[in-house]
Design a protein around this ligand. Structure first.
Ligand SMILES: CC(C)(COP(=O)(O)OP(=O)(O)OC[C@H]1O[C@@H](n2cnc3c(N)ncnc32)[C@H](O)[C@@H]1OP(=O)(O)O)[C@@H](O)C(=O)NCCC(=O)NCCS
Length: 218
């Protein structure tokens, strides 16, 4: 399947999803890769990982970017080349990107704001390891299946905050905590208390097939 769907987070922020059903050869033939990406692809041993990487490039092409517009910093955080400086239209703002892949899905989110996203398959294991990354009292009184979903959302929120901030030393259980929210709300707020600075972010989440998608905005 080619492009799967998009989710509008707000007027400046859209997430794009690719559901990978293509053979790796097809994906490889249909994306333009720069030399760095070809070298990176060669280091990946799993076919699933390679396909996820190529599907991200398909999504970039889908929204009018190329692989060469994507740059990574020393920590592995992706950035888009800033085209606003050269643009005649001064209303064009620098664009931010965040990337996630999980099994047969790849996802990119593009925004005028700083963002972090995560896509995570619903699975029991996330609930089992929940005490390692969250306050499990936030799962009280839920059905077993809702506990899995909520733990997955909270995991995704913490991964997304981590991706947005991109700072070494952030601990999921010690520095990131979500305010109480209901699954029906599909949104909430999350606090980061790190290096004696307190920050609050908004998050939204949605469901894509059997996956939980989370986006955190600055
Ligand atoms: C880097 C990290 C966020 C990636 O998340 P993941 O769930 O393994 O994988 P995802 O598919 O969701 O995300 C991968 C993408 O994140 C992006 N990414 C990698 N490092 C990043 C960083 N430092 N900041 C922002 N984005 C980053 C990349 O775009 C990457 O995909 P690409 O290299 O193919 O472009 C994760 O491995 C990590 O280090 N998390 C924090 C670890 C931690 O504190 N865990 C605590 C558990 S209690």
């Amino acid at each position: 399947m080619p492009f799967f769907k998009e989710i509008n987070i707000n007027e400046d922020t859209t997430a794009y999803f690719w559901k990978i059903s293509e053979a790796i050869e097809w994906l490889f033939e249909n994306v333009q890769l720069n030399d760095k990406s070809i070298s990176r692809l060669e280091t990946m041993s799993s076919i699933e990982h390679k396909k996820g990487f190529l599907a991200v490039r398909m999504l970039l092409q889908h929204v009018g970017f190329t692989d060469s517009d994507l740059l990574y910093d020393a920590f592995g955080k992706p950035h888009l080349k800033d085209k606003s400086k050269k643009a005649k239209d001064k209303s064009i703002l620098p664009q931010h990107i965040s990337i996630s892949h999980s099994h047969e899905f790849s996802c990119i989110c593009i925004s005028n704001q700083s963002i972090g996203i995560d896509l995570e398959k619903r699975k029991e294991k996330t609930l089992k390891i929940a005490p390692r990354f969250m306050d499990v009292s936030h799962l009280e009184y839920l059905s077993e299946s809702d506990k899995i979903v909520k733990a997955t959302v909270i995991w995704g929120v913490k991964e997304s905050v981590f991706k947005l901030k991109n700072e070494k030393g952030i601990s999921f259980p010690n520095h990131i905590s979500e305010s109480p929210f209901q699954l029906e709300d599909k949104k909430g707020t999350v606090q980061l208390h790190f290096n004696e600075v307190k920050e609050e972010f908004n998050f939204q989440f949605d469901f894509v097939d059997d996956y939980v998608f989370v986006c955190v905005l600055q």
